[in-house]
Design a protein around this ligand. Sequence first.
Ligand code: PMP
Length: 415
Amino acid sequence: MKTGTVEMDEIIAVNTIRKDFPILATTVNGKPLVYFDNAATTQKPWAVIKAIENYYTQLNSNVHRGVHHLSQRATDAFEASRKKLAAFINARHDYELIFTRGTTESINLVAHSFGKQFVNAGDVIIISALEHHSNIVPWQMLCEEKNAVLKVIPINEKGELLISDFKEMLDEKVKLVSINYVSNSLGTINPVREIIELSHQKNIPVLLDAAQAIQHLPIDVQELNVDFLAFSGHKMYGPTGIGILYGKEKWLNQMPPYQGGGEMIKTVTFEKTTYNELPFKFEAGTPNIEAAICLGAAVDYINSIGLQNIQQYEHELLEYTTDKLSVINGIRFVGTAANKASVVAFTIDNMHPYDVGVILDQLGIAVRTGHHCTQPLMDFFCIPGTIRASLAFYNTREEIDILTEGLKKAVSMLA
Ligand code: PMP
């Protein structure tokens, strides 16, 4: 297909790339799998799958504690992966990256540790109406514990943040702003530069939940000047059970440990424990070594395609999808922000999203239906949920055509 100026295939050779993902060649209910649930988790390329096999056949050993050969090699690979991730987001120092279980744990770490140190009764934490539950609940828990106040940046009907309201919320009581870069339910790309600048004018740090941004957009933490960044490996073609919390050294150094245990200590006596340096202060216990190492393989894979190409291709595919689906009887798009990542969410008049999802599944098409862990956002739109197709660079226009036909079928069956 001809897009704005170039052929989409010139941006990404999608048919070649699809061969990197073995699961894309499988069938579901006798039909070729059409996978549009990438915002929930992405599929894994051979590069990652083989790295997992390589780890368990060649490297498996605990890190940081052994003098023996395998332990040294596992430690080297683990730290090399941290370096790769640091370069990927252009962090100033490797030790500003903490390995966590994922975005959820990264946010909880900040809520507990930053919250313990810096948040007191009457203070304010700001989030937005677009947040995933994992960027709501930890702050609610903190506010409850500390008698602090949670404030929410409102949105308009398109699903865009109301920045003028945000400006008015910023005062000396605000201790942290925590918002997503890209909304998982609507695809809205938030004006994070502006949000960070406005917050910094009042000396307020900003946490970005980048769970839905890291796989779609190039991110440079120094250029953004963001204070904390959280993301998950499994949404960026890497393994589950691993993620990153990036934090500026100046904040991480002032924050107390999140969990106690091995690795995070320097010395322990029954009277007193002294804590390890960054990043180990925040990495109690044996980490998910395999996943941390293989996340490095995912970064290499993404770099081999190039985030600029991914962004451009996915943008073209988003436009194609929006165009194609607009012919479906009764469709209403939910989330029509001017600046969007490749998420298309919608309802169909008089049909429950779940019923549509079940029919699509029979056709081998994987979409997600429901509230997408953003119940307050669904309440804003007065709907129980949406049907969401979230696209990745391995998705094709042909798959969008299959989805369109599947939806027409669902409409005729459920009407
Ligand atoms: N924030 C956003 C915007 C998300 O989309 C998700 C995952 N759906 C999360 C946080 C939580 O990520 P995880 O479950 O990997 O911790």
